[in-house]
Design a protein around this ligand. Sequence first.
Ligand code: UD1
Ligand code: UDP
Length: 366
Amino acid sequence: MSKPLRICAIVGARPNYMKIAPLAWAAADRDDVDVVVVHTGQHYDRNMSDLFFEELRIPQPDVNLGVGSGSHAQQTAEVMIRFEKYLLEHPIDVLLVVGDVNSTIACALVASKLHLPVVHVEAGLRSFDRRMPEEINRVLTDAISDLLFVTERSGEDNLRAEGVPAERIHFVGNVMIDTLLRSRELAEKSDVLERVGLSERGYGVVTLHRPSNVDDESTLRGIWGALATVAAETDLVFPVHPRTRARLAALGLAPPPRMKLLDPVGYLDFLKLQAHAGLILTDSGGIQEEATILGVPCLTLRENTERPVTIEVGCNTLVGVDPAVIEAKALAIVRGETRRPEVPRYWDGRAAERILDVIRNSYGKD
Ligand code: UD1
Ligand code: UDP
């Protein structure tokens, strides 16, 4: 039998773990591919990193490059320098990157210049907002990737419009949803609702970390005011991203009485919090998708989304950052407004298997 194909999968930041996990699980069930995980160290706090490896049973990384925080240029450059050294010493057959964080573009660029095949999972998403650092990372990563795996039809349309040949694009579904479907039962065992003191559907979940929202003082103050109004009618639970924690402290913003601020929580606790919420308010990319599958109304505090299917068939609504709009939409949901979402095509728990099949067929050694 031929040797298994060695796929190096990159993780760097929180949303990467739940995208790599199902690929590692699927690879463990077959003998034609090996997945080797490399952690860049972009995120490093226990509850932004190690906890997810334990909860999602992701194989320990072959190496943690220990890059840590910095400006965009510093962080991206440091990942490139350290990952190039690793790749020169550790032969691989294919580089697999997910999503749109700085580690994604940095590693894709290094591998591409070493003439290794690069495959991008969650390709083709576009917010068409070049002021988002992630949009730059998406466009550039797609431009140098050999295989582009898309989660929704818009991804395919966007790539075709950019001139990517059809044979490089594969509509395979959503690995993040593979993880969600596989983890739901386990997440139900979490006692986070009791620990925090929340009742079934009697609360909203909040997350915020986009620089455009939290690094801009007047935007953050406006959102904070809207959340305080919503919290007058329902409990809110807000696991605070470290970027946001620093900004709230700097501005001296304290939570209103019914808003519970937590440190970032693990995946299983967060899934349980989302699944039983009456409402989600977020600027996260991935949470818009998870809310769609969980059927929980989601208000996205941004002017655009790179995930339009969550609005077209899901229960996501773009509300921007105008406090009056956020308050009106959130209170309508708290007072009973509902919407029944559909499941987007191929968000069926089998995306990772499809991806490994395509990679094996494209690069397999027979
Ligand atoms: C990054 C991604 C963003 C993703 C988010 C997910 C980029 C450009 N941004 O944003 O797309 O949505 O992760 O969470 O790649 N920090 C800690 N501990 C940590 C990690 C970060 O304290 O473990 C603090 C540091 O002060 C750091 C700041 O958070 O400077 C921002 O971290 P960084 O990775 O640069 O960007 P994120 O805002 O986390
Ligand atoms: N998440 C988590 N704990 C939290 C907040 C989010 O496990 O306290 C999970 C969430 O369920 C989703 C992922 O983190 O799977 C989304 O990551 P994030 O919002 O940091 O990044 P984005 O998707 O915006 O890039």
